[in-house]
Design a protein around this ligand. Structure first.
Ligand SMILES: [Fe+2]
Ligand SMILES: [Fe+2]
Length: 647
């Protein structure tokens, strides 16, 4: 028994080859049938005429038809074979006694699977049938495979174009038709560059066709972000790659180009990058807003931060000048090139007032010009704007307590640059600017009022000190000199400027309680008795009582109360010890003793600075804070401290 494709070792269906025998001579037909049976084939039917052959072939679906060319009836074997082959795809072998040129040519056109001349030889019949069946099976497989490839290429999401070695199109799938605007039929045979025309992303430079390079060099070529210009002028951004088609011998027989539309993806990526840029710029801006010390610096920082955003070609801030009815630019960053002074923006009813800035200021809402070339409200500024590449612009009002104080303006190098997200971001930036501006102005007001208050306080303190010393000429200037020394000690001890200022004030006021001591006692020459001394010792408590009524930002009253206390508890009025005293009182105690000993008193001559320093050195740690003593010695001995007046 014979099996289909015996030489093909793949498993096959187990049935003999079924042959339809078409022969008008019944004797010959029988002979053929016998031979076929003898060779192991099955006879599924016989026919004597062309029409009958077609009908039987349709009804019986044979694996093979053996066809005589000359038949009785209207249709001869060639015609019948053509119908059977094309309609049923059944292989046909001619078996004929005729071998003239004309008949052969007619038969050839029908692409027969074999041609056997009568009288036939069984071996030849066998071989011809086997070869015909093998070829038929192979062709069927090839067709299936081609169908599979074609279906795959048609159904994939990427566009595919194949070319021959000359770069002419041999195939394109539906996605390629859609993206290029060319249909398959009209594109076939065209040069690839006619159908697939790519430029750089800006559309300016024509890019060399990737397939040309593939065919020249035999390498795979990848291109990203090319601009594909379609048949109707449509523009798409595509990523593409082209690879050579190589035959079994390694020869390049064509190229295949695969590309996809990435326009939306690229747009989304660009948008995301732009948003990130904007976010970074606003973050940088907010960080710098915390550091700025003046309004011009604030405006400049904002403009510079925002001008870092891609396509934000110019960023400016303008403030409203109510007196002149003008909008005055105060800062800018980016490509200005003299643009702002030319603009002459206002917010009145004239044309100049109807621009984006005027509108933003008069309405208190952002105003966008999506296309400076076509927006009628931008006609006045259009020529200068376009000269500098400003294709769209936005103005955002800077609103403080319901009052529009100016505008933040951004000019972009692309049209339609300000979508809802950009507007939201920029409005947030405008809000941050207003807050920063407000706090800067408040800070300035506070600073100036603090300066005024401090000035008044200093004058008050000096007046009180002066008043108390008026009654006591011998200690005139004592408090001022103590203040100077005490604050110098505090500075040497690296205390804060605020604390140093407090110590200076305490020094000025520390003996204010002597106001209750009669002037005669204070200026009495010679020794004073115990009762008089007791009265004098009340001055620190009295000073405390007076000063506690005043609200100082420093512990003035407490330090005054403690300035005659000593570390070992031997001082007055509380007999307090180390650890219970404020540092201000400890500094004041040292400064007070040094100044007193160095000065003349009604009851004695000046002892001199050397004696004074000796005294505090000896009592360092027992009566006086060692750190304070060390600082005091250092400023006299190493830093040349002197009281203003000769002592
Ligand atoms: Fe005192
Ligand atoms: Fe004193």
């Amino acid at each position: 028994m014979h099996w289909v494709g015996e030489r093909d070792r793949e498993p096959k269906a187990a049935h003999p080859i079924r042959v339809l025998v078409v022969e008008d001579e019944s004797v010959v037909s029988k002979d053929i049938q016998e031979s076929l049976k003898g060779l192991g084939y099955a006879i599924c039917g016989t026919a004597f005429a062309g029409e009958e052959a077609i009908q039987k072939a349709e009804a019986l679906q044979p694996d093979l038809v053996l066809m005589d060319i000359v038949l009785k009836g209207d249709i001869d074997g060639v015609e019948a074979a053509e119908t059977i082959r094309s309609r049923l795809h059944v292989p046909v072998i001619y078996l004929t006694a005729y071998s003239d040129e004309h008949t052969l040519n007619r038969a050839k056109v029908t692409e027969p699977s074999g041609y056997i001349l009568k009288p036939f030889d069984e071996r030849e019949l066998h071989t011809t049938i086997e070869v015909a069946m093998y070829r038929h099976t192979m062709q069927k497989k090839l067709k299936e495979s081609e169908r599979w490839f074609a279906t795959t290429l048609k159904s994939i999401g990427d566009a595919v174009i194949a070319t021959n070695t000359e770069g002419r199109i041999t195939f394109m799938n539906p996605v390629a038709e859609l993206l290029t605007g060319w249909n398959h039929a009209e594109a076939l045979g065209n040069e690839l560059s006619d159908v697939f025309s790519v430029r750089d992303q800006d559309g300016c430079i024509l890019i060399k066709n990737p397939v040309t390079k593939v065919l020249e060099d035999g390498v795979v070529v990848d291109l990203r972000n090319s601009l594909l210009v379609g048949k109707e002028g449509t523009k798409l951004i595509v990523d593409d790659s082209a690879a050579p088609i190589v035959d079994d011998s390694g020869n390049i027989v064509g190229a295949v180009l695969v590309f996809r539309d990435v326009t939306e993806r690229r747009k989304a990526e660009d948008k995301r990058a732009k948003m990130n840029g904007l976010l970074m710029a606003i973050r940088n801006m907010n960080e710098s807003l915390l550091r700025v010390k003046s309004e011009p610096e604030l405006f400049q920082q904002i403009c510079e931060s925002l001008a870092t955003v891609q396509n934000f070609n110019l960023v400016s801030i303008s403030l409203v000048d109510k007196d002149r009815y003008e909008i005055r630019p105060v800062a800018h960053a980016g490509t200005e090139e003299g643009f702002l002074p030319l603009c002459n923006f206002t917010w009145d009813e004239l044309a100049e007032g109807r621009g984006p800035i005027g509108t933003a200021i008069s309405t208190g809402t952002p105003c966008v010009v999506n296309d400076t070339a076509t927006d009628p409200c931008y006609t006045l500024w259009k020529p200068e704007a376009l000269k500098r590449g400003f294709k769209s612009t936005i103005a955002l009002p800077l609103v403080n307590n319901g009052e529009v104080m100016g505008s933040l303006d951004v000019y972009s190098g692309e049209k339609d640059a300000f979508g809802p997200e950009e507007i939201e971001f920029l409005m947030e930036a405008a809000g941050d600017i207003t807050v920063a501006l407000k706090s800067l102005r408040l800070e300035k007001e506070l600073a100036s009022s603090l300066v005024a208050v401090k000035k008044a306080l200093t004058k008050t303190v000096e007046a009180i000190a002066y008043m108390s010393e008026m009654r006591d000429p011998y200690t005139a200037g004592h408090q001022r000199r103590v203040a100077k020394l005490a604050s110098a000690i505090a500075r040497e001890m690296r205390m804060s400027e605020e604390q140093i200022e407090g110590i200076r004030v305490i020094g000025f006021l520390h003996d204010v309680g002597k106001i209750v001591v009669p002037a005669e006692i204070l200026s009495k020459p010679g020794r004073i008795n115990e009762a008089e001394f007791s009265l004098i010792r009340t001055h620190s408590s009295v000073g405390y009582e007076i000063l506690k009524l005043l609200e100082f930002p420093w512990p003035v009253a407490t330090a005054v109360l403690q300035h005659h206390e000593r570390l070992d508890g031997s001082g007055y009025p509380g007999g307090l010890e180390s650890g219970q005293l404020t540092i201000e009182a400890e500094i004041l105690a040292v400064a007070d003793v040094v100044e007193s000993m160095a000065s003349r008193r009604p009851y004695r001559e000046a002892l001199g600075i050397e004696k004074a320093l000796e005294e505090i050195s000896q009592k360092k740690g027992s009566l006086y804070n060692p750190r304070v003593v060390d600082a005091c010695l250092k400023i006299f001995q190493e830093k040349g401290f002197q009281f203003e007046e000769p002592v």
